[in-house]
Design a protein around this ligand. Sequence first.
Ligand SMILES: [Zn+2]
Length: 245
Amino acid sequence: MRTYILMWNPAISSVKMDEFENYIIDPTQELNWSVWDYEDLDFEDRFFLVRVGEGNTGIVMSGTFVSLPWQGEDWSGKGREVFYADLDAESIFHPDREPIITTAQLQEAIPDFDWTDGHSGRVLTDEQAQKLEALYMDFILQRYAAYGEVDDFYDIETPNAYISSNALYPNAHLQEYLHRTRGESCELCGYNYQEKFGADNPHHNDYILIGNALDGLSLKDFHCLCRSCREMERDSAITEKLRHS
Ligand SMILES: [Zn+2]
């Protein structure tokens, strides 16, 4: 899975702010975007759309590609060879009406990428992608906490954004980041597949979210559990232990 950074400058883009707002109201509309590094793009690759230029800049959309790249007319009218891919949004954020991950936050977390300018559709390195998923998940979890009434983590509708349930499962990038930065030991029983069977073994412990939106959620609410402990994860006493650890 690759991660692409798409750029959007409403002042010069063929997609203006009112079109973006229409898309927020009805995210089932078809949407595609130009991709510079299109050669290796595949179905299910990840994208983040970053608003650049004037105003509140930063991440305004996340999701996955749902087509292979296809050549289309140059959106700028300059007659260049331009490739596009179809998007499926997971989350959409209105840059003027709600908090977004800002350009400053992106630059601080991943300084070796140009978040202010450049072609739309550049690929991140694995490490950059992992850091971005960590930043993004922390942001999503804080948003859930901000809405306050969440007793079930699925299918949350918010006034200006929608967040699909899969946003709360760590994807491959975030899993790798958590494993790399926090290790692989089960937090309940201490078992570590990697230690016992080596790095190439097909089994591993998973990071899962255990927490309550009312308490405020963040990345630290992901806990590493082995398969057997995961079975017991719904047990309230164990959940309590992890929540307060
Ligand atoms: Zn365990």
